[in-house]
Design a protein around this ligand. Structure first.
Ligand code: DAH
Length: 343
C-alpha cells in the first residue's frame, strides 16, 4: 500500500467518525459507532493499524504519526459525544431545559391585609385634616372602658355576656371595682387615656382592635376594628363634627358622599348621633358620634365650662367592606389567599 493512500484512509476514517459521533443522539448509536471505529477486534482503526506493517520501511514513521493523530481525533470525538449524551440525560431527568435568559415567572409576594391597608388610608386622610394618631392598650381596665366614659355600673354595656372580662369571677365582683380588666369593647378608651395625659386642645384619632363576644355572621365578628376620633378645644361644635365626617367620607369613599345624623344615645356623648353615609344609593350606618359629655370631661379633669369637644367611633371593617364591595365580614379573617390576593 502506498503511503498516500494509507494517510487518506486514516483521514477519511477520522472524518467519518467525527461526523457519525456528533450525530449520535442515543446511547445505542454512540455504542455502535464506538465499536465500528475503535472496537478492539473488528474496529476500522484496528484494521488500518494492521496495514501500517505493510508500508515500505521509509513510510512507516509518517504513517505511524498520522495513525496516532487519527486515534486522538476519534477519541476526542468519542469524549465529546459522551459528554453531550450524559448532560442531555441529566436535563431530561429534571424536566425541560431552562432558558435562564427568559423573564422569570412572577412569584406571589406577600402584601398587607386589606384591614391594614384601610387603616393606613384612614390615617392618611385624617392626618390631612390635622388629627394625630395615638394608640392604646387592648387589655383595659374598667375605669377606661366604662367608668370614665360615663357608663354606670348597672349599664347593660357592662354585662359579662357582652364583654371579654379577664378572670371573669374576680373581674365582675364588687371588690374588684375599677381594677378589673377586659379586652376593650371600644376604642373610646383611648379618648380617656389621651385626655388624662394632656391638656386641651386635643385632636386625635386612634385605630385598633376591639372585642365583643358576638356569634360570627356576615356582619358580626368577635374581634373587629374601630377608628375613634376626638377633638376638644374652646368652641368645638356639632357643625364641625358633621363637616369633618363629611370631608372624611368624601375622601375615603370618593365623590360627594352625603351624610346624615340620626339622634341616638351614648353615655359618653350628649347629644349623640348615629352617622350614616349615602353609599351606592343606600344610607349605611358607619358609626356613632356626638358632643363629649361634660361628665367625661370632668372625669379627666377638664373644665366643661371652658372646653367642648366632639367624638366619633367608626367601624373600620364596614368602611373597608363598603369601599371594596365585600359583603361578609368573615371573609376578612378566613385568610383565604384567593380573597386576599384581590387587594
Ligand atoms: N364607642 C361606640 C361603640 O363602640 C362608638 C362611638 C359612639 C364612639 C359615639 C364615640 C362616640 O366616640 O362619640 O359603639
Amino acid at each position: 500500500m502506498e503511503l498516500n493512500e494509507f494517510l487518506r484512509s486514516l483521514d477519511d476514517l477520522a472524518n467519518q467518525a467525527e461526523q457519525e459521533l456528533s450525530a449520535a443522539n442515543s446511547q445505542e448509536a454512540f455504542e455502535e459507532a464506538r465499536v465500528k471505529f475503535v472496537g478492539a477486534r473488528s474496529g476500522q482503526l484496528k484494521a488500518l493499524q494492521k496495514q501500517l506493517g505493510a508500508l515500505p520501511k521509509e513510510a512507516k514513521k509518517d504513517g505511524g504519526q498520522r495513525l496516532n493523530e487519527t486515534k486522538n481525533r476519534i477519541q476526542s470525538a468519542l469524549d465529546q459525544a459522551d459528554q453531550r449524551l450524559k448532560s442531555n440525560a441529566a436535563n431530561t431527568r429534571t424536566g425541560p431545559q431552562v432558558d435562564a435568559t427568559l423573564p422569570g415567572i412572577r412569584q406571589h409576594v406577600g402584601r398587607t391585609h386589606p384591614i391594614t391597608q384601610t387603616i393606613e388610608h384612614l390615617k392618611a386622610i385624617m392626618g390631612r385634616l390635622g388629627f394625630a394618631v395615638v394608640e392604646g392598650p387592648e387589655v383595659e381596665d374598667i375605669w377606661h372602658n366604662f367608668v370614665a366614659l360615663n357608663i354606670p355600673e348597672d349599664h347593660p354595656a357592662r354585662d359579662p355576656l357582652d364583654n371579654f372580662y379577664l378572670g371573669l369571677a374576680e373581674a365582675t365582683s364588687k371588690e374588684a371595682g375599677d381594677q378589673a380588666h377586659l379586652l376593650r369593647s371600644q376604642t373610646s378608651t383611648v379618648q380617656i387615656r389621651v385626655m388624662e395625659q394632656q391638656a386641651p386642645p386635643v385632636r386625635i384619632i386612634s385605630l385598633g382592635r376591639v372585642y365583643r363576644p358576638d356569634e360570627p355572621d356576615a356582619t358580626h365578628f368577635p374581634m373587629f376594628h374601630q377608628m375613634e376620633g376626638l377633638w376638644v378645644d374652646r368652641n368645638v361644635n356639632m357643625a364641625q363634627l358633621k363637616s369633618v365626617l363629611r370631608l372624611f367620607a368624601n375622601n375615603y369613599l370618593g365623590g360627594d358622599v352625603h351624610i346624615r345624623f340620626r339622634p341616638s344615645f351614648f353615655p359618653f356623648t350628649e347629644p349623640s348621633v348615629e352617622a350614616d353615609f349615602l353609599w351606592n344609593g343606600n344610607w349605611v350606618e358607619f358609626g356613632g358620634a356626638g358632643m363629649v359629655d361634660p361628665n367625661v370631661l370632668r372625669a379627666v379633669g377638664y373644665d366643661p365650662e371652658e372646653y367642648t369637644g366632639f367624638a366619633f367611633g367608626l367601624g373600620v371593617e364596614r368602611l373597608c367592606m363598603g369601599r371594596h364591595g365585600v359583603t361578609d365580614i368573615r371573609d376578612l379573617y378566613r385568610n383565604d389567599l384567593r380573597f386576599l390576593h384581590q387587594f
